[in-house]
Write a protein that binds this ligand. Structure first.
Ligand code: ADP
Ligand code: MG
Length: 384
């Protein structure tokens, strides 16, 4: 993994080579891995993500002519526009970046012309939220060029602008977990977010001699494919059939009264998954590996069988990780590809990664990628 200083240097050098511009600020925002609580954010439920040490860095400098130029080390084509022409019509990767400048402006934040260069260590499309990371890093840089010190209200504005850019400009509906953790995470902890009350709190992790390991199956998920939107619709249907505001209000007994088999299974996942989040917080706080294993196994089975968002590569990685000594493993993120997360005794990390590599090779899958998710802090900006 590239270190923060390397990424900052690459971002500022990228700005110089792309546009001949000297950066005045660098914004940073992390990717994330969700420990448990999948697809629960848009059901007014609970989630428990951790910010990754992998992050997007946005080097920027202001311009006085209102022109916006953005390039990325991860994308070949630069974006050029004018701040007065920003809007929901922005296409491609720039939807996430210029899109957030537009939604920030829409919400009354000052956004002027600027040059920006992005560099990231978050794998794109791996279910680790490179999208919220790039949105929030961009927002941080845009605040930074105006010298705006972060406060809680401003942090909430960035979360809202990121959610709006992703759903209204990039056309990828999002429940808000990714932007919330990208902004509010604290180093060393996980973030317990309650989407009913809108509150979040930092949760300590007693990992001790355990490591949070993430394995990217390299199967690209595609949120715009329709699977995510279909799940959202089915969950809304379930809540409506039960006469409830959201599935957060439902219990498992009520869920079993739903007559449509698909809708019932979708609801069963959401309601059982929400109920697993607080026990996971407790198991992580006390370092109870057996309980983590039980909860992760139940969560993965629920996503595979009831919510039907797993793929064979995810199932194989999860089963292999547990066989090779992980306390627990489950698919993480939106599904249909992407990554798994496992909690692994630190001295077993090497055997778990090599067992997954071997199992993938034997099954004829592409080689997976592994990363260690040491819990990092949320978004910030600093002078270049
Ligand atoms: P995920 O968030 O799981 O990585 P998404 O499909 O939600 O996957 O978002 C990935 C998209 O976000 C990329 O295809 C690209 O459009 C945009 N993106 C993410 N990181 C960057 C980056 N560093 N530079 C430019 N665009 C980026
Ligand atoms: Mg995303």
């Amino acid at each position: 993994m590239l270190e923060p200083t390397d990424l900052t240097t690459r971002a500022t050098e990228g700005l110089r080579t792309s546009f001949g511009t000297q950066a005045t600020v660098v914004g940073r925002a992390p990717g994330r891995v969700n420990l448990i609580g999948e697809h629960t954010d848009y059901n007014a439920g609970l989630v428990l993500p951790v910010a990754l040490p992998h992050a997007t860095y946005a080097a920027a400098a202001p311009r006085t002519d209102g022109v916006i130029r953005i390039a990325s080390a991860q994308e070949p084509q630069a974006f050029t526009g004018h701040v007065d022409d920003l809007g929901p019509q922005i296409e491609g990767w720039a939807a996430y970046v210029a899109g957030v400048l537009w939604t920030m402006r829409e919400s009354g934040l000052e956004v002027g012309g600027l040059d920006m260069f992005l560099e990231s260590s978050v794998p794109l499309g791996a279910g680790l939220s490179s999208s919220a990371s790039v949105e929030c890093a961009t927002a941080m840089a845009a605040l930074g060029v105006n010298g705006r010190a972060l406060d809680e209200q401003l942090q909430h504005s960035v979360v809202a602008a990121g959610i709006r850019a992703e759903s209204e400009v990039a056309d990828a509906p999002t429940g808000g977990m990714d932007q919330t953790v990208a902004v509010f995470a604290e180093e060393g902890g996980a973030l317990l977010i309650d989407f009913d009350s809108g509150e979040h709190r930092n949760v300590p992790l007693a990992l001790g001699e355990r490591t949070i390991l993430v394995t990217d199956t390299r199967v690209k998920h595609q949120l715009t494919d329709g699977g995510y939107a279909a799940r959202r619709r089915e969950c809304e249907q379930a809540a409506a059939d039960l006469g409830l505001r959201s599935l957060r209000q439902a219990d498992l007994e009520q869920v079993e009264t739903l007559t449509d088999d698909v809708v019932r299974r979708r609801a069963r996942h959401i309601v059982s998954e929400i109920a697993r989040v607080e026990p996971t917080v407790a198991a992580l706080a006390s370092g109870d590996g057996d309980e983590i294993g039980r909860l992760f196994a139940a969560s993965h089975a629920s996503m595979r069988d009831d919510f039907e968002i797993s793929v064979p590569e995810l199932d194989l990685a999860v089963a292999t990780a547990v066989d090779a000594g992980a306390d627990g493993a489950r698919m993480t993120g939106g599904g249909f590809g992407g990554s798994i997360v496992s909690i692994v005794p630190t001295d077993a990390v090497a055997s778990v990664t090599s067992a997954i590599d071997k199992a993938f090779a034997a099954a004829g899958h592409n080689p997976p990628g592994h990363l260690v998710a040491t819990p990092a802090a949320g978004a910030s900006w600093s002078p270049a």
